[in-house]
Design a protein. Sequence first.
Length: 125
Amino acid sequence: MENAKSVGEKLVALCREGQNLRAIETLYSDDICSVEAMSGEGFPREMQGKQAALGKGKWWSENHEVHRSTVKGPYPHGDDRFAVIFDYDVTSKPMGNQRIQMEEVAIYTVSNGKIIREEFFFKGG
């Protein structure tokens, strides 16, 4: 059974390659709980299930032009949790095509080799 460190390494590698949706498809539990720092356009703060997480990820990629993306980590915390730091420079369609820099910390919880919870904390620009 994979621990948080090995799952985190796979997640970071996929995200560095721009394969964020592939990370969700392969590493997330079917009943993942995804928690954002706040609710967003058409999205509640907390969402349940892999399909909801995929929908949120697809919405993000369709509504943001990524100029730069940096992924740091994983930072393991025991066998069941890890953190990742994401740093983005994007143009956001929902924000009137405004270019923004955003740093985000994500805390992931792993059970039975799959991510069962993700929580995002962000600092926007």
